[in-house]
Design a protein around this ligand. Structure first.
Ligand code: PMP
Ligand code: GLU
Length: 396
């Protein structure tokens, strides 16, 4: 706490995913051999066809400020993508391109929340949802789930969490950090509750859409009775390995898109010109072009689940998408390992960093204090070595 800083930032938590990545980087600079399984970042490089789009944009002299809500032809590519992949119909006025999906989420919180508005977060949820909501004056309301139900929220639990102050629900499917994928039927059951509360806006974060090992991706926005109050958040960071290029986008009701455009116009202006041109190339190509990455993630999922099953005290389910496992490690709570007392998931994650030199993220940051998140967006060699080190640190 620094009294010279605003209450706003003093009350905000540091992003646990980014903090762990920074800590791992720091330790590596000190000469420690850290395996980083903390950051949700594909270890692939940007596909050649996307790079070509960026190179062409530089050659074509794209350099000026961009329209605040995105180039018209990028919006067109996004509209085509929504139709092709999700059977969703949008007009250009319903699309806003941002500097990453994180900014899309921040825009939504800033334009929709007033002081005290409640934001439902089925837990575990992505780390930044809670702090972004709080920054905008919202009050995060966690809805707990269990590993036995694949960390999915039930209609009953959803209904019980709704109050007259509920303004929004935010969830991701495929989910970061659990990897859970909601089927169309499961989403319909949640929609059946939400139709009775027409003032609640649904923020459906679909950034892991293509990293799905079980089949069809479903979206709440595809239900006719939910379309008018669902905002789909998506981006190119995960599927196209473009995390540093910083392009995200939304499709949603025009009044919300207009407000996001206004917000963004005062805070960042339009997103980077070269990255937007490259995103057109990315989205205009069929998702089959990036299938090789999804196939690799699927193999790594099997690998890590097998290796984790050989380590005592790790309870896992089978994640259906994204590139994370979210094991329950509460078995270790109250135990002392190598003289270090493990009281909670943060202690456990720190223990793994110090004793196994493997970086993970505590589940506390995601609203589940029994678990840790392990990203398997890493090479098979790294995954094997990391699991070997973890096992040795817990059994030796
Ligand atoms: N939503 C989820 C669920 C994520 O995991 C991430 C991670 N980056 C984001 C949003 C933000 O993505 P971006 O890189 O587009 O800001
Ligand atoms: N979303 C990724 C993660 O969860 C990247 C880090 C971040 O943006 O917080 O690790």
């Amino acid at each position: 706490m620094n009294p010279k800083l605003s209450n706003r930032v003093n009350e905000m938590a540091t992003s646990a995913t980014l903090a762990m990545a920074a800590k791992a980087r720091e330790l590596r600079e000190e000469g420690k051999d850290i395996i980083g399984l903390s950051l949700g970042e594909p270890d692939f490089t940007v596909p050649e066809f996307v790079k070509e789009g960026a190179i062409q944009a530089i050659k074509d002299d794209y350099h000026t400020y961009t329209p605040v809500d995105g180039y018209g032809d990028l919006k067109k590519a996004i509209i085509t993508k929504f139709k092709r992949d999700n059977d969703l119909t949008y007009t250009p006025a319903q699309i806003v391109v941002s500097t990453g999906a994180k900014q899309s989420l921040a825009n939504l919180a800033m334009v929709l929340l007033n002081e005290g508005d409640e934001v439902l977060l089925p837990a575990p949820y992505w780390v930044s949802y809670a702090d972004i909501s709080k920054l905008a004056g919202g009050v995060p309301v966690e809805i707990p789930t269990t590993i036995e139900s694949d960390f999915k929220v039930t209609p009953k639990a959803l209904e019980a969490a709704i109050t007259p102050k509920t303004k929004m629900i935010i969830y991701s499917s495929p989910c970061n950090p659990s990897g859970s994928v909601y089927s169309k039927e499961e989403l319909r059951a949640l929609a059946d509750v939400l139709v009775n509360y027409p003032n609640i806006i649904v923020v459906s974060d679909e950034i892991y859409e293509h990293i799905n090992f079980v089949g069809e991706h479903a979206s709440m926005a595809a239900f006719e009775d939910m379309y008018d109050r669902t905002v789909v958040v998506n981006g190119v960071s995960k599927a196209y390995a473009m995390t540093g290029w910083r392009i995200g986008y939304i499709g949603g009701p025009e009044w919300i898109a207009r407000a996001c455009n206004k917000m963004q116009g005062q805070i960042t202006s339009g997103a980077n010109c070269i990255a937007q041109r490259a995103t057109i190339t990315a989205l205009e190509n069929p998702p089959s072009k990036i299938r090789y990455m999804v196939d690799a993630f699927k193999e790594r999922r099997s690998l890590i689940l097998n290796l984790l099953s050989e380590i005592p005290g790790f309870k896992t389910n089978e994640p259906e998408g994204a590139f994370y496992v979210f094991p329950d490690i509460s078995y270790y709570f109250g135990k002392t390992l190598r003289g270090k007392k493990i009281e909670n998931a943060s202690d456990f994650s720190l223990y793994l960093l110090e004793e196994a030199t493997v970086a993970t993220v505590t589940g506390e940051a995601f609203g589940d204090s029994n678990c840790i998140r392990i990203s398997y967006a890493a090479s098979e060699a790294e995954i094997k070595e990391a699991m070997k080190r973890i096992k040795a640190s817990l059994t030796a």
